[in-house]
Design a protein around this ligand. Structure first.
Ligand code: FPP
Length: 239
């Protein structure tokens, strides 16, 4: 099997990583940012075309205000410090999630990252920020309904492809592999539509401990999986 074209990661366990060391949760997120940088570099070197990272979910607003503010601060730090390097490395940045509700300076930075790197041809780095899959699907359905009402399309045009084309991930292939760290085994409202045929890997390590070796091992395991996309494999047909 060929390498995954798209790997998506739920970066979980920053808080527990910090707690295990007697550190504040903010220290876990800071260490998580280092793992994120490492992973982007590794994915680029491995020639992975698309990497999606779940950085802030639409449900994360329910965390204490100081923690939300720490996460916003880390996003700003990441874009301000790393954007030039990402651009040099030919990385194209895409953001998925709702922009509304984000502070103006953050919206500006997200737009700057997408605009500056929009024509790059290397790794596409998709940052899921203020992202929730149900919200994304709801917005897509609302757009479709508006198009039907306006007579731009008919009810018969409401196909799976039409829905996919209205998601934030339009033009991004579905993830072949979804990795979640920290031992939790759930999707937490991440890429629900796009994950229909994804392979899942749940790793016990906390996100700040995730290194390129984990990524390489996950890809190796992916090669051993048999993907049938609802069909049967060739050997079974021969029997
Ligand atoms: C989950 O750990 C992680 C997050 C909610 C945020 C992910 C953020 C980073 C990796 C670093 C920041 C990077 C950017 C670009 C914002 P958790 O806090 O849920 O951990 P826990 O389940 O152990 O408490």
């Amino acid at each position: 099997m060929s390498n995954p074209s798209h790997i998506a990661i739920i970066m979980d366990g920053n808080g527990r990583w910090a707690k295990a060391r007697g550190l504040p949760r903010a220290a876990g997120h800071k260490a998580g940012l280092e793992a994120l940088r490492d992973t982007i570099r590794a994915a680029g070197k491995m020639g992975i075309p698309f990497l999606t990272l779940f950085a802030f979910s639409s449900e994360n607003w329910s965390r204490p205000r100081s923690e939300v503010s720490d996460l916003m601060g880390l996003l700003k730090l990441f874009i301000r410090r790393d954007l030039a390097e990402l651009h040099r490395e030919n990385v194209r940045v895409r953001i998925i999630g709702e922009r509304e509700g984000l502070a103006k300076d953050i919206r500006g930075l997200l737009m700057e990252a997408e605009t500056l790197t929009g024509r790059n041809t290397g790794l596409t780095l998709v940052i899921a920020f203020n992202y929730g899959s149900r919200n994304e699907i709801t917005r897509a359905v609302q757009q479709l309904l508006a198009d039907v009402s306006a007579g731009v399309i008919t009810q018969a045009d409401v196909t799976a492809e039409a829905i996919s084309a209205r998601l934030d991930t339009a033009d991004i292939p579905d993830p072949d592999l979804i990795i979640r760290t920290s031992g939790e085994m759930r999707l937490s409202n991440f890429l629900l539509w796009q994950a229909a045929y994804s392979e899942f890997m749940f790793l016990p390590c906390y996100w700040p401990d995730f290194r390129s070796t984990h990524l390489a091992e996950a890809i190796e395991t992916f090669h051993m999986r048999e993907r049938r996309f609802g069909g049967v494999n060739q050997q079974e047909i021969a029997l």
